[in-house]
Every structure is written in structure tokens, then in C-alpha cells.
Write a protein that binds this ligand. Sequence first.
Ligand code: GLC
Ligand code: CA
Length: 597
Amino acid sequence: KNQSPTKNIESRNCAAHRTAAAAAGVRRVQYHQENVMERAGIEIMNKDFRKSTVYQIYPKSFCDTNKDGIGDLRGVIEKLDYIKELGTDYIWLTPFFVSPQNDNGYDVEDYYNIDPSYGTMEDVEELIAEAGKRDIGLMFDMVFNHVSTRHEWFRKAMDGAPYYKDFFIFRKGKGDGVPPTNWESKFGGNAWEYVEKFDEYYLHLFDVTQADLNWENENLRKEIQKILKFWMEKGVRGFRFDVINLISKACYEDDETGDGRKYYTDGPKIHQYLKEMHDATFGTDPGIVTVGEMSSTTMENCFKYAGRDTGELSMVFSFHHLKVDFMGNEKWVLVPADFQKLKDIIFDWQTKMAEHNAWNAVFWCNHDQPRVVSRFGDEGKYWKESAKMLGTIIHCLRGTPYVYQGEEIGMTNTDFTDISQFKDVESLNHYQILQHKGLSASDALRIIQIHSRDNGRTPMQWDDSKYAGFAAEDSAEPWIAVNGNHTKINAADQLRDEDSIFHYYQKLIALRKELDIIAYGSIEPLAEKDPCVFAYRRMYEGHELIVAANFYGRDYTWKNAPDVDGYTRVIGNYKDAAAAENGVMGLRPYEAAVWYK
Ligand code: GLC
Ligand code: CA
């Protein structure tokens, strides 16, 4: 090891970190800093994120190897060949840092260490190296809007250390138990928590154990840069930034017309903060890919967040297209999905982001969303067709597609029938809030069943065994129940079946690599007002790609369809091509087809 060429880097980084950590008074990192890829002799290849696809893993629900019922990092290592087979370029891993797990790891206690329920630093290093060998880059999920109230910074703040108190947002109330503002926590209730010893409140836009950080404080921003450098130097190839557009608060005033979000969303210094973070950390390495999770954002801000030359991030997640079954911003209601709205929003973002040289992440699913096949497709008769159709729409768009674990095998929403089966803090809070508003327990449950984030968090369905292969049959009960349909929907079956959703996703992912038009082409919406069809055209260097999908479970004749004579169908979810002649296209239930010329 002493002979290793990385030794110098190793000792330098290690010393640098120690001094910095000591200066800031934070706990010492126990691990030697060393680029895992270099140590393993892996050459790092920079990828073009426009040609790439990302696979998202929620480790808690992915694969459990030590039989405690909780998915772990060794489980991710075990499944790397499966991900390689699917063909994605990156893995976005949701947080596995030390955390009390009140929000499943989005409440970080220590960014430099691994939560023992997920594994060890050695496991993380092995994961980075093993993924690297397969030419898969790791993207880590950085939660910088808030930390767990168990984080050392917050503890020191509570001990009264002014240096750390200013890392947070403490404010006086308005007297008589009235908090500083009327802002609502995203997880329900007021967003301020009273601290008696200071007679002040701290802000928490999420759970009361997730205290918001004060980005105005330069020392805090420096700490964040150190964390990013630490992981970059380990060999991490990308970052996803959790609710990053909430870090700049405009002011602390009552919101007379809403829940407060207008005062902290896309705030006044957000672009400055992102540029500073970019320049000081990942901006120095062109191979690092970044994606910001943008809560209730505006497109004008995203032109900058994800602009080609704006020096902020590679791309953005926005969520407007996933609120088409909400009532405005109100998620806890039952309203049917508005297809016209869905198309309008997606096309608006597609065309305008392109005009401004900005880049979207494109996706249906993640760990905060219900399963798309249940949401916009058909879990029943046309399960397979609708899952493939939805995949087709996303993967041929202009943007980087994200596949969330289980989406590639058409996993559905939970089959939970009792509130005790739900685990998510947001769902449990809103179950109570809905009943306080006067709903019956069963009506509240119905809403939770449809919208709960737990729909995306049931264990990955690997096979038809007792715990779906997520955990061994003799393991502890999984932390959240396996969906009973794993006997029908599982990866093992689909790997054997050439016609499976898995193999269809595999083709979609490969197609983006084969055809430059998918990665680089312009986009033109088609059939914008058609009540059933989702269609668009891509164009690039004289080539054309036409994507046509029937969004519903009945036969449909699309009049005024483009003429696809002379085009090749490059992928489709029915064996033979759709009937198309003279600008009239017959689309079978949930049919999707892609033509190329
Ligand atoms: C993001 C995460 C979500 C988490 C929240 C607070 O929206 O995706 O899971 O609860 O931020 O960190
Ligand atoms: Ca485990």
C-alpha cells in the first residue's frame, strides 16, 4: 500500500480534512480518504449525461443481505449485475448516512459516516469500485436544506454555541405561543418548533427532527463544500441535491395567501449559492453529473439551474407533471388524473427548456411517488402494455431518463388495507390531519392508499418467494410489507421472458445510446389537444423520430397522424406495427410505437 501512487493524495486529503474538521470542531472522520476507483485501478470514463440513463435505488427497500429486514449496501453490490443488464449508466442511491431514520435517511446526522443499518464505509467503497468496474457511476443524494436534530451542529446549537446556532434558523415568536410565521411544514402542521431555553423557535420545513440550515452563514456553506469534496475524492460520479431550491429564504413573514412556500422557494440567493457550490466543488470535474430536486419551482429558474452554460447543475427534477391528480397544490384529495394538463405541462417544459439550452431529468417514479402503472396506466388487464407505453413516453423525450427500482418490472402501488401497514411520516401525519378535517378513517385511508409515498417503498420484487427475494425466507420481517402480487410481478420471471417489461426497458435504454436523435434531437409536440394520444416528433441532422402512444385502454383511431410511410418501427409494445395509412393511425389499448427515418 505504501507503494501505491495514490498515497500522496491519500495523505494530503486526509490531513486537509482533519485540519478542517478540527477547525470547525466537528467529529473526526475515521476513514482514510482515498479514491476508491484509483485504488482499484479503474479508469474513470466521463459520460455524456444526455445519452445516459439513471437507475434510482432506495436501499432500505432494495435488497437485504443480513436478514434484519432492512435493505443494505451489500444488497446493492449483489444486484449490480442486474443493473448492468438493464443498461443504466448511473445509480442514484438515496441517503444511507448516519441518521435516526425519521424520514428514512433524509434526516442526516453525519454526512461522513454510514448508518450501521445499511452497512459500513468499506461497503460503500466496495460498491463504488464494483460499480466502477461495470462502468456504472454512483450518484449520492445530498440533503443540504436541513439536517437531523441529532446532527452535531444542531446539538451544539442547542448547547448554546453561537457559532453553531447560526447554522440554523432561530427566530422569536409573536408572543402567546404564536410561532414566528404561519408557514406550514410539508409533512403537516406549523413549520416552527419552540425551544424553551432560548424562548425561540427553529424552522423545519419538513419533520420537526429535520432542522433547516441557514445558508446565509458562510461557514455552513464551507462545511457543505467539504462534504461534497470528501465524496468526490472517494470516487462518486454524481450528486442529487435534495429540495435544493428551498435553501435561500427570502424573509420570515406570514403568508396571507398560502403555506409560506413563496417565501422560500427559488429564493433570492439561490443561484448565487448554487454557483458558489459548483465552482468550489463538482464544477472542477466535468465528469460529475448533478441533478437538483426542485420543489414547486418555476421554469424561468430552471433555465438557470440547469442551463448549459450557467454554471449551476446538469439538470433538474420538477414535479408539476406529477400534480395532475392533485387539487392545485393539495395532494391529499382524490381527483382523476387530468391527461390534457399532463401533456401541456410536459410539452411546455420540453420545448421551453430546449429553447433555453437547459436540461430536464425525465421521470414518472421515485421514492416519493406512487407507482406509475397504478397511477396513469392499468394494473389489471393491460398491465404490461400500459407499463411499456409509459416507459416509451419518458425514454424518448429530450432529457435524462430516471428509472426507479421496480419500475422496470412494472411494480404497482401497495395492497395495504390498514393504516398500521404504512410507515411514512408524511402519510401518517396526513392520515391524522384528514380526520381532524372531518373525514372518516376509511375515507382518509383511501386517500393515503392512493397518494402515499409508501407506494414506491415496498420491497423490490426479485422473485416469488416469501419476501419476494428482498430478504431470505428465514430473515426478520421486512421493515415494510411486501406486495402480495410479487408472485406475479417479479424480476426473476421477467429476466426469463423476452417480452417482459424489463426487456422492453432494456431496449429503450439501449436505443438512447444507439440513436443520437433521442439524446440530441429537438422536440415538437404532436396531437396536443387529442383526448387519447400522447405523441411527439424528434428531429436531428435530417433524421426524424415519431413517438405515438395511446394513453387509454381502448382502441383509438388517431386522425391527422403523421405519415410514417418509409419509417422503421424501432420499438413498440405490440408484436406487429400499428395500422397506419394516409395519416390515420389505429392504436390498440395502451399501444406505443416509435418510428425512425
Ligand atoms: C425530498 C425527498 C423526500 C424527503 C424530503 C425531505 O423531497 O425526496 O423523500 O422526505 O426531500 O428531505
Ligand atoms: Ca439488512
